[in-house]
Design a protein around this ligand. Structure first.
Ligand SMILES: Cc1ncc(COP(=O)(O)O)c(C=O)c1O
Length: 386
């Protein structure tokens, strides 16, 4: 189902995305914006601090292969995925830089980590045992990053148990601690500043314990997008931006949105006043109206929560979504858009003609965050690198 078209590599670079696709619904991945955002982050953290780009969850829906290949060209040092499967997909696409599996690994995946040169995050002894056994079998020393829980409460060796954990590391002779990390829970919540500072302090304590136990990991990292902006003292020698790279981070408005979402009108009808539209007839026309049908719906990740609330850009104007968004189709009211007709391009997320619909705006309507909007654009929507 998933389709990926890299317009850069295509002989038909003058075609628009919808000329080369079936259903005219697509997401554009703006590599120029990704470049700008990456460089802005580079400049912010300076040359001493390495960047691990979070490309997990298919690069927050932007297509991990498109994103990682591009960032690799720009000199990004590391990539972060959630699952080994995601790392394997990157390796198979030719990505060669180090990849950290932020969520560790499952069951019998240790040999795969070694085969594909993926570095796992380790957060309990059993995982370490499995990694060590797989590495011994191959006669290798496998690197890993140790995760400490300093207050997030998800993954990580609790700080209180770290000393005991370190005391028993000697028995694993085929692994090497190459990084130490933690994750901050509330770096984007100014009201929880004290909590974040406490997490940073706990991480420093963890570093001390690790060094005292005789380990010298190459990397120390705890900052994702929010902390990169709000807590420079948390940068360590590597930072892990995700949302900031994709321009989803509203605290840094200079960062540009990397994804835009497009479709084209497939039908326009004139309907009389008083006509109910869509499932449940939740919108009733108040005047004779021109209603356009768009070939996109909630299966594509254009949320049902946008029913009767979202707006789109068409012919240099905003037009409202009317009626319920259904699985494959959405209606918009184009009565106030002179000349709107079948084939017109509609921007559902993104900027056009000085107008914009941001992921943050859409997220508010769905009571969620901007990340979930781009993550939610399904694989039925082809990604087009532009
Ligand atoms: C461990 C870890 N590091 C880094 C990130 C990137 O966070 P952000 O997208 O807010 O920069 C995430 C995202 O959830 C994460 O779980």
């Amino acid at each position: 189902m998933s389709q990926k078209i890299d317009v850069r590599a295509s002989p038909t670079t003058s075609c628009s995305a919808s000329d080369v696709l079936g259903r005219p619904t697509w997401a554009e991945i703006h590599l120029d914006h990704l470049t700008e955002n990456f460089r802005a982050l580079r400049t912010r953290v300076g040359p001493q601090v390495k960047i691990l780009a979070a490309v997990k969850a298919d690069a927050y829906g932007h297509d991990a292969v498109i994103v990682a290949r591009h960032l690799e060209e720009l000199g990004c040092h590391w990539f972060g995925v959630a699952l080994p499967e995601e790392g394997i997909a990157l390796r198979e696409a030719g990505v060669t830089r180090p990849i950290l599996c932020l969520g560790g690994f499952y069951n019998n995946q240790a040999p795969l980590l070694l085969e594909y040169e993926l570095t796992p995050t380790i957060y309990d002894r059993e995982m370490l045992e499995r990694l060590n056994a797989a590495a011994r079998l191959r006669g290798l020393i496998a690197p890993y990053h140790l995760k400490v829980d300093t207050g997030m409460g998800r993954l990580g060796v609790p700080l209180a148990e770290l000393e005991e954990f370190l005391d028993r590391l000697d028995s694993y002779s085929h692994v090497k601690m190459d990084g130490l990390l933690t994750h901050l829970a509330s770096a984007n919540e100014p009201r929880q500043d004290e909590f974040t500072r406490r997490q940073i302090e706990r991480f420093h304590r963890a570093m001390e314990l690790v060094r005292r136990a005789g380990y010298r990991p190459t990397y120390y990292h705890l900052a994702s997008s929010a902390a990169i902006y709000a807590y420079p003292e948390s940068w360590g020698n590597m930072v892990r931006p995700g949302g900031a790279l994709y321009g989803l981070f509203s605290a840094a408005p200079e960062l540009r949105p990397v994804m835009s979402l497009h479709t084209r009108i497939i039908l326009v009808k004139t309907v009389p006043a008083g006509a109910p539209l869509g499932y449940g007839g939740t919108f009733v026309t108040r005047r004779e109206s021109r209603i356009a049908t768009l070939p996109i719906g909630y299966q594509d990740g254009y949320c049902r929560a946008f029913s009767n609330t979202a707006r789109v850009i068409i012919r240099q104007r905003y037009a409202p979504v009317v009626g319920r968004v259904s699985m494959d189709l959405t209606l918009i009211d184009v009565t106030d858009v002179p000349g709107a007709r079948v084939g017109d391009e509609v921007v559902l997320l993104g900027e056009k003609d000085g107008l914009s619909v941001t992921a943050t705006e859409l997220a508010r309507k769905a009571h969620t965050i901007s990340y979930e909007i781009t993550c939610g654009i399904s694989r039925r929507v082809p990604r087009v690198a532009v």
